[in-house]
Design a protein around this ligand. Structure first.
Ligand code: ZN
Ligand code: ZN
Ligand code: ZN
Length: 57
């Protein structure tokens, strides 16, 4: 059996509850984020589009 080892990390945005794979994450300065809004620190106060996630920066 081959197990695919995808490393999952929590988005580095403090209020974000999303978990992303390292492969699919948006990376900024060694940190992994779930989306551009989180990676940019929510400059427009826009949340990420994920259900159940309340982060807005
Ligand atoms: Zn999120
Ligand atoms: Zn996020
Ligand atoms: Zn966020």
């Amino acid at each position: 059996m081959t197990s695919v080892n995808v490393e999952m990390v929590k988005c580095a945005c403090p209020d974000c509850v999303c978990v992303v794979s390292l492969e699919g994450a948006v990376k900024r300065e060694e940190k992994a984020f779930c989306c551009d809004a989180c990676a940019d620190g929510h400059p427009e106060k826009d949340g990420c589009d994920h259900a159940g996630c309340t982060c807005h920066g």
